[in-house]
Design a protein around this ligand. Structure first.
Ligand SMILES: [Zn+2]
Length: 178
């Protein structure tokens, strides 16, 4: 197979290819269509697929040391203020806010109320930054990802799902820059 495609057969009559938001290739094919026919179909769509795959997974250049330093400085200005403002909305207290540049996580919150945030959030849309802050602040109420936790996130940020999706889809390409 040319692409790591997921093949979904159904009673449909025609074959179609689709690129999912997270960069997967999905082929929807009739029940009767052979694997070889599907491969030939994919081959005929190769340039279209490649074009769209490169669009879903943009290769961003790695950050230079100076850029990371500037990002940290900007994050130290921006993120603690965001925490302060949103903590009032969530209705919780915060102990300490630490900004780090890391590849593994966007934020974390300790039982003592120490919040860690990733400086790479500065490369994400503002609403996504707010979502991560709200997420961590809501852990001051619920130290888990239970339905109660998500209900609390939703109360403060009713449209949090699209920001969460943004991180899921584009977050790794931002993190890969360090
Ligand atoms: Zn969490």
């Amino acid at each position: 197979m040319l692409f790591d495609a997921e093949i979904i057969r159904s009673s449909r009559r025609t074959v179609a290819v689709q690129i999912t938001r997270d960069g997967g290739v999905v082929v929807r094919a009739p029940l009767w269509m052979s694997g070889r026919k599907i491969e030939a179909f994919l081959e005929s769509k190769r340039s279209w697929i490649e074009k769209h795959l490169s669009r879903t997974a943009p290769q961003l250049p790695p950050l230079t040391e100076e850029e990371i330093t500037a990002l940290l400085a900007a994050a130290k200005e921006d993120l603690p203020r965001r925490v302060e403002r949103l903590a009032l909305q969530v209705g919780v207290s915060v102990n300490r806010v630490t900004i780090r540049c890391q590849r593994t996580r966007w934020g974390s919150c300790s039982a003592k109320g120490n919040i860690n945030l990733n400086c790479l959030l500065m490369l994400c849309p503002e609403e996504v930054r707010d979502y991560v802050v709200v997420h961590e602040l809501c852990h001051r109420r619920e130290m888990n990802h239970s339905p109660r936790f998500w209900a609390e996130v939703e109360r403060v940020m009713p449209d949090y799902r699209c920001h969460r999706r943004w991180l899921k889809e584009k977050g790794s390409s931002v993190m890969q820059r360090i």
